[in-house]
Design a protein around this ligand. Structure first.
Ligand code: NI
Length: 269
């Protein structure tokens, strides 16, 4: 050991005499390596912190562990999406306020935004079908209506890896043939915010507060920026009035209602 130590120190001494600049080069190189290592560990720890903050499971647990004791319950529902323009912003708002919602998606839009569909599900929201192309099912041929319903189910099944268990027919229109065919409960609404028509937060909140009650199903559309804009005030106002938010299936469960395929529900109380 001492021999090799001696010979290596002799080597350094000899190198030092022959190449006096080598010491500086080695020192500078070592410093640079240390600096790069420090930068890399700082970047990766920042990334870890972000990952933990947006972890979908943490979010989901948070949403489902809210205290619902003594609260009036409502289901916020969003139709006609998902939209890459507006749905991500809505998800951010819902996450921040810990509000689970139900999204009745169009198969045609879901097919174009599969990652967004998965994100909605991962973040603890419920997804139902709003058919494939938003046709008025009672005005088209029965076979066309059935294939529209089936196509949307297949698209959502492919993306989510499981069958959807709720349907909202476009315009709320159904007939006996559709009810017999649809294979899931049909969820309509008890509060129509008219958010597609009167695009102000004041109107959306005002209509909701005048029609809402325990077990209400509130109809909105996540494709309008103005609807998304209204959500923070709507959520805060409902909470100030003793309401808490659940998905449609949770609402049925909390109210002891067994949802039946083909049956139509306007509210769950
Ligand atoms: Ni619609």
């Amino acid at each position: 050991m001492s021999t090799s130590g001696k010979s290596s120190s002799n080597l350094f001494q000899r190198l030092n005499i022959r190449f006096p600049w080598l010491k500086i080069v080695v020192t500078v190189t070592l410093c640079l390596i240390a600096l790069l290592d420090l930068m890399r560990s700082t970047i990766s720890s920042t990334r870890d912190a972000n990952t933990i903050k947006i972890a979908p499971m943490a979010r989901h647990v948070k949403i489902t562990s809210r205290d619902l004791e003594g609260k009036k319950l409502v289901a916020l529902t969003f139709d006609d999406g998902p939209s890459s323009e507006t749905t991500p912003r809505l998800l951010g708002i819902l996450e921040k306020r810990e509000v689970p919602a139900t999204f009745f998606m169009l198969g045609s839009k879901a097919r174009n935004n599969p990652e967004l569909v998965k994100q909605v599900a991962k973040e603890g929201h419920e997804i139902g079908s709003h058919t494939m192309y938003h046709q008025n099912l009672i005005r088209i041929a029965a076979a066309a209506a059935e294939s529209d319903i089936n196509e949307a189910k297949a698209v959502l099944r492919d993306i989510l890896g499981k069958d959807i268990s709720l349907t909202r027919t476009p315009y709320g229109n159904t007939n006996d043939r559709i009810r017999n065919f649809v294979g899931t409960p049909i969820i309509l609404w008890s509060v129509d915010t008219l958010d597609w028509k009167i695009k102000t937060t004041e109107s959306i909140v005002g209509i909701t507060m005048s029609q809402v009650g325990d077990g209400a199903v509130i109809l909105m559309h996540d494709i309008h920026p103005t609807s998304v804009d209204a959500v923070p005030t709507l959520v805060d106002t409902l909470r100030d009035n003793g309401y808490e938010f659940v998905t449609v299936s949770e609402l049925a469960e909390k109210k002891g209602i067994k949802l039946t395929p083909g049956a139509i529900y306007y509210n769950l109380r």
